[in-house]
Design a protein around this ligand. Structure first.
Ligand SMILES: [Cu+2]
Length: 177
C-alpha cells in the first residue's frame, strides 16, 4: 500500500515536471499564468478597478494594490487614438511576449490575461489574484512597452485565507514546539 502511494507520487511529479518543461518551451508565447493568478468569474468580483490607457504610453493608475484571493474587474478605457492593450504577467512573460510582438506586429493574439482595446473603447477583464507578490501590466504593441507603457500590481498576502492550506503548512513545517 505504501509502495503504491510512492509510485503514484512519483508519476504525478513526473507529469508536473513534463508540464513545466513544455510550458517553458512554448516558443516564447507561453504564459506562466499560475504565478500571476487566473481568469476570474463575474460572480466572484469583489471590486472594480478603472484603468485608462493613454497615447502618452501610460496607464493610469500605473500602480495599484490588491489582496491575495481578490477577484478584480478591470474596466480598461483607451482614451487615445492608438490601439492599446492591457496584458497581465510576470516581467519575464511580458518581456518574452514583447519580443514575439516586435517580430510579428500584426499577430492577433487573445488570452484570458490580455485585453486589446480599440481607440475610444472600453474593455473589461476579470482576474483572480490567487498568489501574493508582484504582477506586471504592459501594453505590448511595438514601441509602447519600450516607451514605458507598463504598470504594476502589488498583491498582498492574506494570512487568514484558505484555512485548510494554512493548517497543512504548519504541520508540514513543524515549527511548533
Ligand atoms: Cu499601447
Amino acid at each position: 500500500m505504501k509502495k503504491l502511494n510512492i509510485a503514484i507520487i512519483l508519476i504525478a511529479s513526473l507529469f508536473t515536471a513534463a508540464a513545466m518543461a513544455s510550458g517553458n518551451h512554448a516558443g516564447g508565447h507561453g504564459h506562466d499564468e499560475a504565478t500571476v493568478g487566473e481568469a476570474g468569474k463575474a460572480a466572484d468580483v469583489t471590486r472594480t478597478v478603472e484603468v485608462q490607457m493613454l497615447d502618452t504610453m501610460r496607464f493610469t493608475p500605473a500602480s495599484f494594490a490588491v489582496k491575495q484571493g481578490e477577484t478584480i474587474k478591470f474596466v480598461v478605457k483607451n482614451t487615445g487614438k492608438l490601439k492599446h492593450e492591457f496584458v497581465l504577467g510576470t516581467k519575464k512573460d511580458l518581456d518574452e511576449h514583447y519580443e514575439v510582438m516586435k517580430k510579428f506586429p500584426e499577430m492577433e493574439h487573445a488570452d484570458d490575461n490580455m485585453l486589446s482595446v480599440a481607440p475610444g473603447q472600453t474593455g473589461e477583464m476579470i482576474w483572480k489574484f490567487s498568489k501574493a507578490g508582484a504582477v506586471n501590466v504592459a501594453c505590448l504593441h511595438p514601441g509602447h512597452y519600450d516607451a514605458g507603457m507598463k504598470a504594476s500590481i502589488q498583491v498582498a498576502a492574506v494570512k487568514k485565507a484558505a484555512k485548510g492550506q494554512a493548517a497543512k503548512n504548519e504541520d508540514g513545517h513543524a515549527h511548533e514546539h
